[in-house]
Design a binder for this molecule. Structure first.
Ligand code: BGC
Length: 738
């Protein structure tokens, strides 16, 4: 035993081809790079190739002969998936793998709270660690370009700065457990329709200013250990082996030293996989989430064909060594790290974390006549209407579908809080079964459901309508985009009918996407409650009862109509494309950038969210009105909670430049700060903006550049509620690409 310990600590010797080689790679006290080089020197070409492709649906080989463990990965961004069969998507039906379901990432983004993002990452990382995973296939940071994208719920909204600030602590949290985060899908995977083939045409400026910043922050600030390529193409090359994205931008410019993992089935060619930056090929010859191809793992592009090419001299051994090095580095950072904690699974702390994240995520969109909060005992009869009040929102949606240890539904939460005797329920509408590639209409009679709900609403003091989208195909679900901005399943008609018989209607929407609200003017309160995971019902009730003051802010715009969004303001080539190409004609004007610049009124703007209290902002001041090019400007102001309850407020700092040599968005988010204030309390808040963050991407120079001149710093409570403004003068500055 003692000898074994010494071997591990000091390294042992191994006979290789008659020579003795030291096994430094086992010595956890040695620098990782020494361990990597040592392990590499002990491996055969076959063993190195075996590192580079899957051996099962969610694992790839280590080096069994050397005691280097296999690499196991798991979805997903808001909970650790159940174990799958060896080479199929189906569940392995284990009985010990039901996880804590955390809120979806749109919800996390809505907290505007990087500390909450760390808590999220740390908690889910602990679950992944307990389940012996080396890689958690999360988080997703593709920019919300169109409200129709079926995967928006998995991502962090429409603003690159917000997504960047939230992704970094998430990664730190996950990786503090010795589990690699795998930021995805790199890059430009902004629609599900034709995702496996579509070639994205986007300007360099929009690429660098809008679509890449969150990935860049993940690499350079988050030090993420792995990244997943996207299914789509960019400049005619699939993103999983794309020379420009992977070799040039990611590995050369950003100095990424981790592993590029293909999306499942995203690899298409051995030559390109070898040469264009892919390291680990997963899921080849499967079609999305269901269809199995009988394609042996040894036939993967980076398996036998790679080995043959190496032996024939077609491929450079240095390419193989680079891939193997990266994978070994990941193994030494994770499963063979001395600093790896033990993790924990479905612990009370994780439930608390899930509830806290959910509480901070919920956005109060409308609250006329202070209908909310509703204290226990205020009303005798509460009607809960809507299928979403009582169906699982954890199951479905594609690869993020979870087997959760428990899920508190909104209905259960409301019953637990207000008392079962006070609460009556009616389904109101019904979605049909969801099968891959199609959504079937429900077999239940829509009119009977509606009539029963309206009858119930007549008798109630207050109605909670709990609707929205769900995780069915063509809703918030991987593999397909929504067909329209409208609520599905006749919900609009139902809401209209309910409000005719009851004026106290609170609409609670569960969705990861913006929806149209034709009934909005007739409804006193609207709550955006996302997909909140295991603690959904508890967190919703915490907010509607007033136990917790809402503080979430929208991470994307709710438009009045679809064509008010840049991606939908042009022809079909702009969205969804012609099945071969899609052209991002709105360029940098994504989300609120489009609506603000074009002076279009949103239904609800980016960054908005009400509270049960009110906040006053003083006039902002800056520490210097003229700035050196490499300086940082400090904006200070006093925020006061002018209402009667304690609460959080997120102050947002947008920057605008009216006279410019380039086309600009009317304003762009450059900083935010969430602060807790007791009722009546005031705090001086200082927000820092580095001048370098005001740079735009100069396409001619292929470099970041700060234009000189006057910039307006706009302090607001949302992108449309600007409380104060201060101008600063800045000298020009060139910044290199990295
Ligand atoms: C998804 C990825 C996921 C992978 C493994 C793919 O279909 O795009 O996000 O991690 O499957 O389930």
């Amino acid at each position: 035993m003692k000898q074994l310990f010494l071997n591990v600590l000091l390294g042992v010797t191994l006979m290789v081809s008659g020579q003795q080689k030291s096994q430094i790679y086992l010595d956890v006290t040695k620098p990782i790079e020494d361990r990597v080089e040592n392990a590499l020197s002990l491996m055969t070409t076959e063993e190195k190739v075996a590192l580079c492709h899957a051996q099962s649906k969610f694992s790839s080989k280590g080096v069994a002969r050397l005691g280097i463990p296999d690499v196991w990965s798991s979805d997903g961004s808001h909970g650790v998936s159940d174990e799958k069969l060896w080479s199929e998507w189906n569940s392995a039906q284990w009985t010990n793998d039901s996880c804590t379901a955390f809120p979806a990432l749109t919800a996390l983004a809505a907290t505007f709270n990087p500390e909450i993002a760390f808590l999220f990452g740390k908690s889910i990382g602990e679950e992944a660690r307990h389940r012996e995973k080396a890689i958690l296939l999360a988080p997703g940071v593709n920019i919300y370009r169109s409200p129709l994208d079926g995967r928006n719920f998995e991502y962090m909204g429409e603003d690159p700065y917000l997504a960047s600030r939230m992704v970094v602590p998430y990664i730190h949290g996950v990786q503090s457990n010795g589990v690699a985060a795998c930021v995805k899908h790199f890059a430009l995977n902004n629609q599900e329709i034709w995702r496996g083939i579509i070639n994205v045409n986007v300007s360099d400026r929009a690429l660098h200013e809008i679509y890449l910043p969150a990935f860049k922050a993940a690499v350079q600030e988050g030090n993420v250990w792995s990244i997943m390529g996207a299914y789509n193409q960019y400049k005619g090359e699939f993103c999983c082996h794309n020379d420009l994205l992977l070799n040039k931008i990611l590995k050369q410019d950003w100095k990424f030293d981790g592993v590029v993992v293909s999306d499942w089935g995203g690899t298409h060619s051995t030559d390109q996989a070898v040469n264009n930056g892919l390291d680990l090929e997963m899921g080849t010859y499967t079609n999305g989430l269901t269809t199995e191809g009988h394609f042996p793992f040894s036939s993967y592009y980076l398996a036998d064909p790679f080995l043959k090419g190496l032996k024939d001299g077609k491929y450079d051994m240095a390419k193989l060594d680079d891939k193997a090095r990266r994978i070994l580095r990941l193994i030494f950072r994770t499963t063979m790290s001395a600093n790896r904690p033990f993790g924990r699974f479905v612990s009370p702390e994780h439930s608390q974390a899930a509830r806290k994240i959910a509480q901070e995520a919920i956005v109060l969109l409308k609250n006329e006549k202070n209908i909310l909060p509703i204290a226990v005992g205020k009303y005798q009869k509460i009607a809960v209407i809507g299928e979403n009040a009582n169906r699982s929102m954890i199951v479905g949606g594609g690869s993020t579908s979870l087997k959760a240890a428990y899920e508190v539904s909104p209905l259960q939460g409301i019953q637990d809080k207000y008392g079962k005797d006070c609460v009556v329920y009616s389904m109101g509408y019904a979605s049909g079964p969801s099968l891959y590639g199609r959504e079937e209409p429900s077999k239940l009679n829509a009119d009977s459901l509606l009539n029963a709900a309206v009858e119930l609403a007549k008798t109630a003091d207050v109605v909670f309508f709990v609707g929205g989208l769900n995780k069915n195909y063509f809703q918030d679900c991987e593999g397909g985009d929504r067909k329209s901005l409208s609520l599905p399943f006749g919900e609009d008609k139902l809401i209209e009918s309910i409000q005719k018989v009851n004026k106290n209607v609170v609409v609670v929407l569960l969705s990861g996407n913006a929806v149209d609200m034709p009934w909005l003017s007739k409804i006193p309160a609207v709550v955006q409650a996302w997909y909140l995971g295991s603690e959904a019902g508890n967190a919703i009730v915490d907010i509607i009862s007033g136990d917790v003051n809402p503080s979430g802010k929208l991470p994307f715009t709710f438009p009045k109509k679809l064509t008010d969004i840049g991606a939908h303001a042009f022809d079909k080539l702009c969205y969804p494309g012609d099945s071969v190409n899609v052209y991002y004609k709105e360029d940098i004007l994504v989300g609120y950038r489009w609506l603000d610049t074009k002076k279009i009124e949103p239904l609800f703007p980016f960054g908005c969210g009400l509270s049960y209290t009110t906040f006053a902002y003083s006039k902002p001041s800056v520490d210097a009105t003229e700035l050196k090019s490499n300086g940082t400007v400090k904006i200070s102001f006093t925020m006061t909670n002018t209402g009667k309850v304690d609460g959080h407020e997120t102050a947002q700092l947008y920057v605008s430049k009216s006279k410019s040599i380039i086309a600009r968005a009317a304003k762009e988010l450059k900083a935010f700060k969430k602060t807790f204030l007791k009722a009546g309390e005031s705090k001086i808040i200082t927000i820092e903006v580095p001048v370098s963050s005001l740079a735009y991407f100069n396409e001619a120079k292929q470099a970041w550049e700060v234009e000189s001149g006057i910039y307006s710093l706009l302090l607001g409570s949302s992108s449309r509620d600007i409380k104060g403004k201060v101008d600063v003068k800045i000298n020009s500055l060139y910044i290199s690409n990295n």
